[in-house]
Design a protein around this ligand. Structure first.
Ligand SMILES: NC(=O)c1ccc[n+]([C@@H]2O[C@H](COP(=O)([O-])OP(=O)(O)OC[C@H]3O[C@@H](n4cnc5c(N)ncnc54)[C@H](OP(=O)(O)O)[C@@H]3O)[C@@H](O)[C@H]2O)c1
Length: 228
């Protein structure tokens, strides 16, 4: 089983790479940062430097890779676009779309995938948290393309996981000393009273990769955030 994880050098993507590698998959991860790639290269089958927003690089990567079984799209431009709408520049909002939705769409055009696609959206797609308008738009669109893609790409299965807050380097824009307090505050309203761990989202991705009768779905992995 060959698996490509774009955004597989950190956080949710890396936890998924480790889980699937342990399940004897040949996992190829991509990312931009050479240091992160070097740190993971011995834990996976291959680690390739590919910027998911660079159309030529993505096209070349998928040509080199050829046909493979499963694609996991797990990257985003981090906190770009976070904040009240009135405080945001249009360039940042566009950048948030370019760095996730449009990059995912382009990867889907080029990948020679035969088994399944699993995208990582976010619970903000279906929430009402102030300051997350851009995330709602980008991740809402990412979730919304799942059903038509599942119909269009069949028999390739297409699904998404929608994490709530997960303790990964995504949160590095919050100073470390403030992060624990922020996580604690966010946890109070959650039925499961804590933020998620990357391995818990990886479990859901690994389930969808292997679930041969599941397509066109978005699986929340958010500690109950969207039902609370
Ligand atoms: N953490 C959360 O609380 C949370 C909540 C909801 C949804 N999510 C979603 O979960 C996904 C994974 O986030 P994470 O928390 O695991 O973040 P993370 O720890 O920061 O990991 C992001 C990964 O994506 C790579 N990446 C970023 N931009 C890229 C690009 N243009 N091209 C290729 N690779 C790129 C990063 O490596 P390089 O920087 O080296 O490229 C890294 O491997 C994202 O889609 C995010 O929106 C996260």
């Amino acid at each position: 089983m060959r698996v490509v994880i774009m955004g597989g050098t950190s956080g949710i993507g890396l936890a998924t790479a480790e889980k699937l590698t342990a399940a004897v998959a040949e996992v190829i991860v991509t990312g931009r940062d050479a240091g992160k790639l070097a740190a993971v290269k011995d834990r996976v089958a291959a680690a390739e430097q590919v910027d998911g927003t660079d159309e030529q690089a993505v096209t070349g990567f998928f040509e080199r890779t050829g046909a493979f079984d499963h694609l996991v799209l797990a990257f985003s431009p981090g906190a770009l676009g976070l904040g009240p709408l009135a405080s945001l520049g249009l360039a940042d909002i566009r950048g948030a779309f370019d760095g996730k939705l449009f990059a995912y769409l382009h990867a889907l055009q080029k990948a020679q995938v035969t088994g399944s696609v699993t995208m990582v959206s976010a619970a903000t797609a279906r929430a009402a948290a102030p300051g997350t308008v851009t995330f709602a738009a980008v991740n809402g669109a990412t979730e919304r393309i799942v059903p038509p893609l599942a119909a269009e790409l069949a028999p390739v299965r297409v699904n998404a996981v929608a994490p709530g807050a997960v303790d990964t380097p995504w949160w590095s824009f919050v100073p470390e000393e403030a992060r624990e307090g922020q996580f604690a505050a966010m946890s109070q309203d959650l039925p499961i009273k804590r933020v998620g761990k990357p391995g818990e989202v990886a479990d859901a991705i690994a389930y969808l990769v292997g679930a041969e009768y599941v397509t066109g779905t978005v699986l929340p992995v958010d500690g109950g955030y969207t039902v609370a």
